[in-house]
Design a protein around this ligand. Structure first.
Ligand code: EPZ
Length: 427
């Protein structure tokens, strides 16, 4: 298991390229199951989770080609050899559940392992199942798997989500493209990844309207065809790297960044005193000389403040001149970075879904442990500002969602490197 070593105290200057969106790619890839023609995805990110999704699709009989050093993916589902998504893959990546709807729509049957929980919460898939049942799917849960069938095909329906779910909206939208008749999705997720998926499905011949709003209407069609689609920029990587000059000082251009992808986050970041400017190539973020102002944050579905940037924002706010409150409304256990930040000298009180952060003058480098994807990168951000050396262990969490973090940050002057660790050293 590798660790990342960061020696703090160096201001950053330079440019960071923003890659394609992990979360968009993880729903675009299974969309290829909806047709027997190849789907080509350009601007694909090179991430462990993308490789895991490729492995899952290959286990179903798909061909997945990684071209141009992984930047282009060609997913071909000409024939489906298996309808079973095994637990050993699904437990590694919850997004595996996104093969359920497309498999069912294409083949009329699917057996997909229940994902099980993960570090940030129970994360059930009940909404995915309710949505597919609304289209006429017959679902049987046994031995840890969902056995889905649609012997008489799928029929469009109206379905209102009781709570906003990104993945369940994606599953339903993909499935509805091949159902007979009209599907109306109410209380749909509005994330940019949903919009990107709708654009790709439309390129494949689907009839979809309303993506990006709370109501999406899908007219079922007989079949879809192959297409080529560019993966949207990763707004969570963008927000994460906007915080690097914010916490370390300096000025960095995020190449490919668009403020519209992170508007609520950018507004909050400016409220702390950070300067954000649009450039021809993206966004420039700079930290003026004076301190960081405290702000309150509430995580909400898009266009609200994204839950996936909560841990990273907390790292910045540990150094604010005052008290900030972060309320996590999406997941039930997404403050595991707090105890690790406290090992670095942060002052954080967690009560239920709210973390109260009292700013301190400085953080001190320490050995810390990554617990989940976004927590791991918040520890690296803290390390950029901390006095001394921070060693972040178990960075396999990091590699799931960030390409070459140490290269992107060291190119801007950070003292950061990856070290291979034997098991004994990381505990
Ligand atoms: C997606 O997860 C993202 N993952 C998550 O990013 C992101 O945090 C989340 O959306 C919220 O924006 C991918 O896109 C691969 P949800 P998803 O369904 O779809 C509950 C990252 O770091 N829920 O919108 O699983 C759920 O427990 C990851 O990149 C149900 O109760 O999230 C949560 O409390 C982490 N039943 C809330 O809804 C269901 O059937 C929102 O979850 C589904 C979800």
């Amino acid at each position: 298991m590798d660790s990342i070593l960061v020696r703090g105290g160096r201001a950053l200057t330079g440019r960071i390229p923003i890659a394609g969106s992990k979360n968009a790619c993880l729903t675009l890839m299974p969309a290829a199951l909806l047709t027997d023609e190849p789907l080509t995805l350009t601007n694909a990110p090179r991430l462990a989770d993308v490789r895991t999704m490729a492995t899952l699709l290959q286990s179903l009989g798909c061909e997945v080609a990684h071209l141009q050093d992984g930047r282009v993916l060609v997913v071909g589902a000409e024939t489906i050899a298996s309808h079973r998504a095994d637990y050993d893959i699904v437990r590694r990546m919850r997004a595996s559940v996104l093969v359920l709807g497309p498999l069912l729509a294409r083949e009329g049957r699917a057996i997909v392992s229940l994902p099980g929980g993960c570090a940030i919460g129970a994360r059930p898939v009940d909404l995915h199942l309710q949505a597919l049942a609304a289209l006429g799917a017959e679902l049987d849960l046994r031995d840890g798997y969902v056995h889905a069938a649609a012997p008489r095909g799928l029929v469009g329906a109206r379905f209102a989500f009781p709570i906003v779910s990104v993945g369940a909206t994606e599953n339903l939208m993909m499935t509805a493209t091949l159902a007979r008749g009209t599907t109306v999705i109410e209380n749909a997720a509005c994330e940019p990844e949903i919009v990107d998926l709708a654009r790709c499905l439309r390129r494949m011949g689907a009839a979809i309207e309303g993506e990006g709003t709370g109501t999406i209407v899908v007219e079922g069609v007989e079949r879809l065809h192959g297409a080529t689609h560019p993966v949207i920029a990763d707004r969570i990587e963008l927000g994460t790297y906007m915080l690097a000059p914010a916490i370390a000082g300096g000025e960095v251009e995020l190449v490919g960044g668009e403020r519209g992808l992170v508007a609520a986050f950018a507004d909050k970041l400016e409220a702390t005193g950070i300067e954000i400017a649009e450039t021809p190539g993206g966004l420039r973020v700079a930290r003026p000389g004076d301190g960081i102002r405290p702000v309150d944050v509430v995580t909400e579905p898009f266009p609200g403040f994204p839950t996936d940037l909560q841990a990273q924002m907390m790292a910045l706010l540990t150094l604010a001149e005052g008290t900030s409150r972060l309320e996590e409304r999406i997941f039930e256990n997404r403050f595991m970075h707090a105890p690790e930040l406290m090992r670095m000298g942060a002052r954080i009180d967690v009560h239920g879904g709210t973390a109260t952060v009292t700013g301190v003058d400085a953080l001190r480098g320490a050995p810390v442990m990554a617990t989940d994807l976004r927590a791991s990168v918040s520890l690296i951000l803290a390390g950029l500002a901390a006095e001394g050396e921070t060693r972040v262990a178990r960075v396999y969490h990091l590699d799931r969602g960030y390409e070459r973090v140490e290269e992107k940050l060291s190119a801007c002057g950070a003292a950061i490197e990856r070290v291979a660790e034997s098991k004994s050293e990381t505990g």
